[in-house]
Ligand binder design. Structure first.
Ligand code: NDP
Length: 459
């Protein structure tokens, strides 16, 4: 009997043209695979369209304003600097469109077929492309392998009036900034937007349910940020929660669990993100889940051998470079016979507040839990950076090294201060290479810099 060979139109269908999906599609196509990519929004995904890139452009605006406002001591008289948010927001939108177009062009050059619409599984090898407005089926395509890279969406609080509040996605659609805003949450998005808005002149109230900002980060980083947020004039309300939202004369009235009421122009809810899997119609495939995430093995394969997943839909650090690497490793392995794995060790992280927070490796608390209290040694310094000498902004920077006393190995480096993300990116190379504190000590300092303190901290 002749065995029927299944024929598919594509070698790979990628669902979602964000950082992970684009990286996988481009890499697989570069090896000669026939690739299709499905996207319902602009090409680029969270990072390019409504995340890292437009946010960082806003951070640059906020930093510039803050510098101008506080540099009179350097002889720079800047009386009356005005910020016109419409100009910034228009330029950010144009830049996002330009970058999206560049990604589209790159896909075209590699002969990746782009399907615009919502991808929905029909069988384990077939997807329908649905028009999000009419719900009509626009196309049906099949492939041997399917990579899901649809990313995340903002988590809901499920409180009355939540529909009046913004999520971070909405910020990038604005034409102007509000005069007053309530920001709910104390994580990456909440802190970054609190800092952007505040430094650009919006009156900001930030509401957190716990005691401190940025839980999970080294506690010294959180406290440095809190001191600086207070300095920047953010009204931080802790140990309280949002109960409901009501429209009052064009503004929004928030009622907190304590019964207190806050009236602001707008509200931003930034209480985490979750995988955006629902539109995919995955139920009939019975894929194994890891909480709300898709479960995958080391090769990013789901419990169905033909279906793979990368990015914010799997339970790994939800960060752009991680998704890109997952996508590239997937295509290297399955379209170029390589045997690669993603290195999840020492992933550097930054929160782009002003000043920014950056970190790599273990926090002091986590290191003490893993290696026991007496085996950990901490090196730490906190000082006013020279750049603030003639500024009225006297906020301090902080550098910290967490060391294993028994092996002298550096387990974590943490920094609060301007350009700390640029510094920690480079420090992460040395941690990956297994650096010891002695290696830091024998390295010559570069003076005068902030980062020289990393190689001059002695016990
Ligand atoms: P985070 O997980 O960073 O923070 C969520 C915040 O919301 C926490 O403060 C949490 O409080 C709070 N929270 C959660 N649930 C509730 C609730 N029901 N009521 C009140 N507060 C609540 O999420 P973000 O939305 O800020 O960011 C999502 C992800 O996006 C990040 O984890 C990160 O992976 C990525 N990201 C990365 C950036 C970067 O690299 N610079 C920038 C922006 C996003 P608690 O601490 O008490 O749990």
């Amino acid at each position: 009997m002749i065995k029927k060979v299944l024929e598919f139109e594509f070698d790979l269908i990628v669902v979602g043209a964000g950082s992970g999906g684009l990286a996988a599609a481009k890499r697989a196509a570069s090896y000669g695979a026939k690739v299709a990519i499905i996207e319902v929004n602009k090409i680029g995904g969270t990072c390019v369209i409504r995340g890292c890139v437009p946010k960082k452009l806003m951070v640059y605006a906020a930093k510039s304003k803050k510098n101008m406002d506080s540099s009179e001591g350097y002889g720079l008289k800047n009386k009356g600097i005005s910020f016109e948010s419409n100009i910034l927001l228009k330029n950010v939108k144009e830049e996002v469109s330009r970058l999206s177009y560049i990604h589209r062009n790159a896909l075209n050059k590699l002969n990746v077929t782009i399907f615009e619409g919502l991808g929905r599984f029909k069988t384990q090898n077939e997807l329908e492309i649905i028009c999000p407005k009419t719900k009509k089926i626009l196309n049906k395509i099949s492939s041997k392998k399917i990579l899901i890279s649809v990313g995340g969406k903002p988590k809901k609080l499920n409180i009355p009036g939540e529909e009046f509040a913004w999520t971070s996605d909405d910020i990038f659609e604005l034409d102007t900034f509000p005069d007053t805003i309530l920001i709910v949450g104390g994580g990456y998005i909440a802190c970054e937007f609190a800092s952007i808005f505040r430094n650009l002149g919006t009156e900001v109230t930030q509401l957190i349910r716990g005691q401190s900002l940025l839980n999970g980060f080294d506690e010294d980083l959180s406290s440095c940020l809190e001191e600086s947020t207070a300095f920047n004039g953010i009204n931080l309300i802790s140990r309280n929660q949002l109960n409901s939202i009501k429209r009052v004369n064009g503004n929004l009235e928030s009622t907190l669990c304590s019964g207190d009421k806050i009236l602001t122009n707008n509200i931003l809810i930034a209480t985490g993100r979750e995988p955006n899997l629902l539109p995919l119609n995955l139920d009939f495939l019975n894929l194994k889940m890891d909480g709300s995430y898709l479960e995958v093995d080391e090769l990013n394969r789901t419990s169905n051998a033909n279906i793979f997943a990368v990015g914010d839909i799997i339970n790994k650090p939800n960060l752009t470079p991680v998704a890109i690497e997952q996508g590239r490793v997937f295509s290297d392995n399955f379209f170029n016979h390589k045997k690669r794995k993603v290195n999840y060790e020492y992933i550097p992280k930054a929160v782009f507040t002003i000043p920014e927070i950056s970190t790599v490796g273990l926090s002091e608390k986590r290191a003490r839990e893993i290696y026991s209290e007496e085996n950990i040694k901490i090196f730490k310094c906190k000082f006013t950076p020279m750049s603030n000498t003639f500024k009225n902004d006297k906020s301090k920077c902080m550098l910290k090294i967490v060391v294993n006393k028994l092996t002298d190995k550096v387990l974590g480096c943490h920094m609060f201060g301007e350009t700390s993300s640029e510094i920690i990116q480079m420090v992460s190379i040395s941690l990956n290479a297994g650096i010891t504190k002695k290696d830091f000590d024998i390295t010559m300092a570069l003076h005068p810099t902030i980062s020289e303190e990393f190689v001059t901290m002695y016990s």
